[in-house]
Each structure stands twice: as structure tokens, then as C-alpha cells.
Design a protein around this ligand. Structure first.
Ligand code: BTN
Length: 222
């Protein structure tokens, strides 16, 4: 289903992807201006996986969820390594970020996926991020991870097209951080509680001492 375009160096695969038709996948060895959530930058030196999938306009929350499940499964398939999906879009290992996902929607959808594999993590991020090669103690096979990821993504995208929302939510939950103690920073407030559930809109529900709160957007620490 997907047509893959490989580049050595781009500003961001998300920006590059805007030039391509649906069902294209843009992969780069390196990004000069890698983008993260909340207008943050994404460290994108050589060795990591930087890819963006172009799709027809689709609900971005579900796209982010299926990308997280697919990335989780690809790492599990290739290295038998279990990461944890932290709402809405991070893969975490021992409290550190291995993968991040950024989904943009205009007339098309673009799902940007960054996985720390063989790239060097800058010292300023060492307390927050980790690479798969550091975890497994050897170089990763990025091509294999990407192939597996796209296979899973294709399968879950079909489920999404067929409106199998509860299957997607249930799989996301299985591999997720639900049940953990969390601190949530939203624009105006900070909450602490237990990550309790996600609803059918992919919003996070946390349980504080006295009530349940629905989180639509925010930064979560576990
Ligand atoms: C985040 O967790 O903040 C999201 C990070 C998303 C990074 C990926 S790397 C491929 C794609 N291109 C970008 O510029 N960003 C996304």
C-alpha cells in the first residue's frame, strides 16, 4: 500500500511529506529541523528513524494511537522488547522516551514518527530520552523496524477505516501506562492522580483523590 521515499537529509519529514500524495512514506537519515509536540524541536541526528506517513484526512487522535501501537509492536517483534505507551504519543522505556509521534491534519493527514535507535542522545536529553541501541547493547536494524511498523500501521489503518474504534482503543490500553501514577500539566493547571482510562475520543481520564478528570491536551510525567 505504501510507497517509500528515502532522503539523506531534510528539514523535517513532516514538511517534506506535504509535497507527496497519500500513501507515501517519507524517511530521512537525518533531520535539520525535527519537530516535536508543542513547537518543541526533535533531536534528529544520523542513526535514528525519522519518518512521516501521508494519508487521507483522518481523525488525528486515532492516527496517533495506531502509530503508537505500530511502533510498540515493531520494537517488540524485532527485539522482544516491551516499551510502554504513554498518552498520547510516547513510547517509554525505564521512564525515558524512545519514540515520539506528531500528527498534523490539513487536506491530508501526516503522521510523523521518530524513534531513537542508533542516534546519539545529546547529553542535555540523557535524563529524558534513551536509544534502542543503548537498551539492547548493539546497533539496531532500522530497515526491519520500519518494515514491521508499516505492516502493523497498514493493518490498524484498515481497522480505523472500518470504524473498529474499540479494538484500537483496547489494544492501545493493553500496551499503555494506564494504572500508573501521573502528573499532568495542562495549559492552566497541574494535576496528580492515576492514569485511569482513555475514552472513545482518545482523551485521557485520570483519577485524582476526589474525582475523575478528562485530559484533552497536556504533558504527562509518570
Ligand atoms: C514528540 O514527541 O514531541 C513528537 C516527536 C515527533 C518526531 C518525528 S521525527 C519524524 C517526524 N518529523 C518531524 O519533524 N517530527 C516527526
Amino acid at each position: 500500500m505504501f510507497k517509500i521515499y528515502h532522503f539523506d537529509k531534510v528539514n523535517s519529514t513532516i514538511d517534506k511529506a506535504k509535497e507527496f500524495d497519500v500513501n507515501s512514506v517519507i524517511i530521512a537519515n537525518e533531520q535539520i529541523k525535527g519537530k516535536g509536540r508543542f513547537k518543541r524541536s526533535w533531536s534528529s541526528s544520523k542513526g535514528g528513524i525519522y519518518m512521516s506517513i501521508v494519508l487521507k484526512k483522518t481523525n488525528p487522535s486515532y492516527l496517533t494511537f495506531i502509530a503508537a501501537i505500530s511502533a510498540f509492536k515493531s520494537i517488540k517483534d524485532v527485539y522482544n522488547l516491551k516499551t510502554i505507551i504513554k498518552w498520547p504519543n510516547d513510547l517509554i522505556y525505564n521512564g525515558k522516551k524512545v519514540c515520539g509521534i506528531l500528527t498534523k491534519v490539513s487536506d491530508k493527514s501526516i503522521v510523523g514518527i521518530g524513534i531513537n535507535t542508533n542516534n546519539k542522545i545529546p547529553s542535555s536529553l540523557k535524563n529524558k530520552a534513551i536509544s534502542l541501541s543503548e537498551i539492547i547493547g548493539k546497533e539496531t536494524n532500522n530497515k526491519l523496524i520500519i518494515n514491521k511498523l508499516l505492516k502493523h500501521f497498514e493493518k490498524y489503518f484498515k481497522l480505523l477505516k472500518n470504524k473498529k474504534y474499540s479494538k484500537i482503543i483496547n489494544d492501545w490500553k493493553k500496551y499503555s501506562f494506564l494504572g500508573s501514577k501521573v502528573k499532568v500539566k495542562t495549559l492552566g493547571k497541574t494535576y496528580t492522580g492515576i492514569a485511569h482510562d482513555v475514552d472513545e475520543d482518545c482523551f485521557l481520564i485520570i483519577k485524582t483523590k476526589d474525582k475523575k478528570i478528562t485530559i484533552r491536551e497536556g504533558d504527562i510525567s509518570v
